[in-house]
Design a binder for this molecule. Structure first.
Ligand SMILES: [Fe+2]
Ligand SMILES: [Fe+2]
Length: 130
């Protein structure tokens, strides 16, 4: 297991927790495919991950806007950092089909960002997003 459920902090907003839970399944399946160097499965799950993450980020950003949340800009900037990385690594994947590079990104960067983002930005916003 790449990211255990208990490693993702529960926040004070049911919608946000649901987004994280749904996504965690895709993230862990994606990690397994990358570890197994299963090219076809990585192809499929990389796209699924990008779609899940975009729904997750966009839903939170819409909620922040609707609630006129003061730190929406900074929170969105942290989403944008990961949006850019995911897009970059997906483009490189499409050309190179190199699981090693993707695995390195997941091991060295993604998990730390993901759990850190939820603990810092999502936890802070959650109680203010009705
Ligand atoms: Fe989130
Ligand atoms: Fe967020």
């Amino acid at each position: 297991m790449y990211i255990e459920a208990h490693e993702v902090q529960e926040v004070a907003n049911a919608m946000m927790n649901m987004l994280h839970e749904d996504e965690l399944e895709v993230i862990n399946n994606f990690y397994d495919a990358v570890k197994a160097k299963d090219i076809e499965k990585i192809d499929e799950l990389f796209k699924a991950l990008l779609a899940e993450m975009e729904v997750h980020f966009k839903t939170e950003e819409d909620m922040m806007e609707q609630n006129a949340y003061a730190d929406a800009g900074m929170h969105k900037s942290d989403h944008d950092v990961m949006r850019k990385k995911l897009t970059k690594f997906h483009k490189r994947w499409e050309v190179l089909k190199g699981p090693k590079e993707v695995l390195n990104f997941l091991d060295k960067d993604f998990k730390k960002w993901y759990t850190g983002h939820v603990s810092k930005w999502d936890a802070k916003a959650a109680p203010l997003l009705g």
